[in-house]
Design a protein around this ligand. Structure first.
Ligand code: NAI
Length: 379
């Protein structure tokens, strides 16, 4: 059986991390299933610019609109093309509304905390709304002044200075609920213990506070027979709770074992996912996926690392672990587990890429290709 996986090589370290990662993903799958991956390359970024004259060819977008699984390496932000970021453009064009990042620790990796192994969370970050909608006006511009005048004259706002820069934070019931729905389904399907809505609703009552309320409403409306609240726990049911974002950062450090699946608006999710990644050993081994209702689009969470590109120094771990998530998604969780265990064993053996070396006692530095091979040998 064949499964088509569209892939974008990416800029900078993209080619080398893919060369190291693809054989590992294929080999893990071959050990557990008859399915074979049919890797179909799509162009984006510098390679696309060179070959087609556009950093994001229409053909790539058209194919992704009908695809169900795709993966991408990092894309640099092209200068002078008018596109702010290809990643943001892809997220918006394809309505990739949920950014999902599992965070767990790999044994042998030194971290800033004493018990990183207590972290086992999956963050569902809303990906299209909030202050990321890009509606903001520079201080002193006619647009900012016009908006301030409207707020003052039409809505009676008094606490705003003429010289202010202004940003808008749109959050909708539909946008919040589809994110929480996906997180709840995941939590229930994978037997997780709790789902926490992380918000700043004590201050931003009608945006973040509404996110919290819509989350609880959705859990009651659509999953009422399988969920319960923290105040009224029911044995065997998923607990839905909420935490204010600043408190959540404390909780993540002090009591991480009490948190499992997190659902949160865009900005909170951005901060929290990087903070948690650091807590377990950094972004080098952090996989992620952006999802719409039809497409699961896996991406390495780091950038193009231009200063080490082409030198066989990059860590291919993030793409390899994205592969594990992808294999889980297409229904071969054992192959995914094989990859995670192989990464653990490779780290335990102490042969790691230079970025990880400072965090592994007695590490021997190996290149990108060799690290991929070592993970492959440990499958
Ligand atoms: P970066 O993640 O590329 O680099 C930050 C630091 O981490 C550098 O020291 C780099 O050498 C190191 N690093 C990153 N990935 C690594 C890996 N796999 N192995 C070893 N070391 C690694 O972030 P930066 O420098 O801010 O961005 C560079 C370019 O990447 C920019 O054009 C940016 O727009 C783009 N970018 C793309 C992303 C994506 O496609 N998802 C995400 C973040 C940045």
């Amino acid at each position: 059986m064949k499964k088509t996986v569209y892939w974008i090589e990416g800029d900078g370290i993209g080619p080398e991390i893919w060369s190291a990662a693809r054989p590992v993903i294929d080999a893990a799958l071959a050990k557990e299933s008859d399915i074979r991956l049919d890797w179909v390359e799509l162009l984006a970024g510098e390679k696309a610019q060179k070959e087609t004259g556009s950093p994001l060819p229409e053909e790539t977008v058209r194919t992704l609109r009908t695809a169900d699984v795709a993966m991408k390496g990092p894309l640099g932000t092209p200068v002078g093309t008018g596109i702010r970021s290809l990643n943001v453009a892809l997220r918006h064009t394809l309505d990739l509304y949920a950014c999902i990042r599992p965070v767990r620790h790999f044994e042998g990796l030194q971290t800033p905390v004493k018990h990183p192994e207590k972290v086992d969370m999956v963050i569902f970050r809303e990906n299209t709304e909030d202050v990321y909608a890009g509606i903001e006006y520079q201080a002193g511009t006619p647009e900012a002044k016009k908006l301030i005048a409207f707020l003052r004259d039409e809505l009676g706002v008094t606490k705003i200075d003429d010289t202010a820069a202004v940003g808008i934070k749109p959050m909708t019931e539909q946008g919040s609920k589809r994110l929480v729905r996906r997180a709840l389904r995941f939590a229930l399907d994978t037997g997780r213990s709790s789902l926490t809505l992380v918000h700043k609703g004590n201050i931003m009552k009608f945006t973040e506070g509404a996110f919290r309320q819509w989350g609880y409403d959705l859990a009651a409306e659509e999953f009422g027979d399988r969920t319960c609240t923290e105040k009224e726990p029911v044995a065997g049911r998923l607990i839905v709770k909420d935490r204010i974002a600043d408190a959540m950062f404390q909780e993540a450090l002090l009591r991480p074992e009490q948190y499992s699946v997190i659902a949160t608006p865009n900005l909170n999710g951005d901060y929290l996912s990087d903070a948690l990644a650091a807590q377990v050993g950094g972004l080098g081994l952090a996989p992620g996926v952006n999802m719409s209702d039809s497409l699961a689009f896996y991406e390495a969470t780091h950038g193009t690392a231009p200063t080490i590109a082409g030198q066989d120094k990059a860590n291919p771990g993030s793409v390899i672990l994205c592969g594990a998530l992808m294999l889980e998604h297409i229904g071969v969780p054992k192959a995914a587990e094989r990859i995670r265990n192989a990464v653990s064993r490779a780290i335990a053996r102490g042969s790691v890429t230079v970025d990880l070396a400072a965090q592994v006692e007695g590490a021997r530095v190996v290149g990108c290709r060799a690290f991929g091979e070592i993970i492959g040998e440990n499958l």
